[in-house]
Design a protein around this ligand. Structure first.
Ligand SMILES: NC(=O)c1ccc[n+]([C@@H]2O[C@H](COP(=O)([O-])OP(=O)(O)OC[C@H]3O[C@@H](n4cnc5c(N)ncnc54)[C@H](OP(=O)(O)O)[C@@H]3O)[C@@H](O)[C@H]2O)c1
Length: 328
């Protein structure tokens, strides 16, 4: 089969497709023909520097998510022909992932896609959902987002941010979206933002011009770099969920929770590493029932274009999920 095999850290244009054996099925693992997969920031991080860490089993086929058809269910409860999501749990890091024509996946990280959604969503849309919408959905659940809440989504032009906006809009929340780029304001308004703020890292005053008492919820995709400023934007009782690290900082050095979390405000987070069948069902049905058309930035069809796909993500110009829909 064709696969992208990462042997050491490299630049995007150094990624190569190799011919490798189709993996052999073993108990509790099933073989999936990859119909498509999305590109993720964590795969850029893996290729760029994380592959040098001890816990990465090199050589590895990257790819933390896919949509695929089961070719051999082994001894699992799945059936040949089931269309499934493969997601997280070490995929593309501690075992081979989805940048390939076939993937051998542990059953605990494989989830059947509810059949009812196939009438509503195109296959490209189904492929664009797993990691990005699961992350947005989980974050919105962590925030206990409800109708009539005002939510500030920081890093809103990211694929996850655009997804979160669509989910928040379906719930009925008022949305304040941020970008650093004036040129993206129009698109954010078209994607149902009620207000857009140009983010220079300090936006409390801009937020309070719109909501003098502060917002009910903040969804942070920029992350630790702007987290303390985000918490200042909350009203009493408000919740901030830290989900992303787009700002390039994973930690807050010398974080002082007593001073950094204002009184009667709450800090939570979301980590997509623990998908369940129940949550995947809920997510796909929510997207289909609310007529949400996932935002797709670009569809590639040839694995040979993997380097171009990574470069596109690094350019911040995709405006939506970058996916591969592999040709049969
Ligand atoms: N917690 C989890 O389990 C989990 C799961 C999945 C993803 N994530 C994280 O969620 C975030 C979004 O992922 P994605 O794949 O949706 O991203 P993406 O689509 O690649 O994001 C692209 C956007 O990032 C913004 N951006 C880039 N560098 C930035 C910087 N230094 N400061 C502020 N904004 C910056 C740009 O916005 P503008 O140019 O418009 O400002 C650009 O439009 C990432 O940090 C990812 O690691 C977390």
């Amino acid at each position: 089969m064709k696969a992208v095999v990462l042997e050491k850290t490299c630049k995007a244009n150094e990624l190569k497709v190799s011919e490798v054996p189709i993996p052999e099925v073993k108990p509790d693992w099933l073989l999936v023909k990859v119909l498509g997969f999305g590109i993720n920031r964590s795969e850029i991080v893996l290729r760029d520097h994380e592959a040098d860490e001890d816990y990465i089993n090199l050589p590895v086929i990257p790819g933390i998510e896919c949509v695929g058809e089961i070719i051999d269910p082994s001894n699992t409860h799945f059936e040949k022909g089931d269309i499934v999501v493969g997601l997280m749990g070490g995929m593309g890091r501690s075992f081979d992932g989805s940048y390939a024509e076939y993937a051998l996946l542990p059953q605990k990280n494989v989830f059947k896609i509810p059949e009812c959604v196939f009438g509503y969503l195109l296959i490209e849309e189904i492929i664009s959902i797993p990691e990005t919408y699961f992350t947005a959905f989980g974050s919105i659940k962590s925030l206990k987002l409800k109708k009539d809440d005002t939510i500030l989504i920081r890093g809103a032009t990211s694929a996850a941010g655009l997804s979160a906006m669509q989910l928040a809009d379906a719930i009925g929340a008022t949305i304040i979206a941020t970008t650093r780029n004036e040129n993206k304001v129009g698109n954010l308004l078209l994607n149902r933002a009620d207000y857009v703020i140009i983010d220079d890292g300090n936006i409390e005053d801009n937020v309070r011009e719109i909501c003098p008492e502060g917002v009910d919820k903040v969804l942070e995709f920029v992350g630790p770099k702007t987290l303390e400023d985000s918490m200042k934007c909350l009203k009493k009782g408000g919740i901030c969920c830290n989900t992303g690290i787009l700002g390039g900082e994973e930690y807050i050095v010398e974080f002082d929770p007593i001073k950094s979390i204002p009184n009667d405000r709450y800090l939570t987070s979301f980590f997509s590493n623990y998908p369940t069948q129940e949550l995947i069902d809920e997510l796909y049905i929510f997207v289909a029932e609310n007529d949400i058309n996932p935002k797709i930035g670009r569809v590639f069809t040839d694995l040979e274009d993997i380097g171009e796909a990574h470069e596109l993500m690094e350019s911040n110009k995709a405006y939506g999920k970058i996916i591969f829909r592999l040709e049969k």
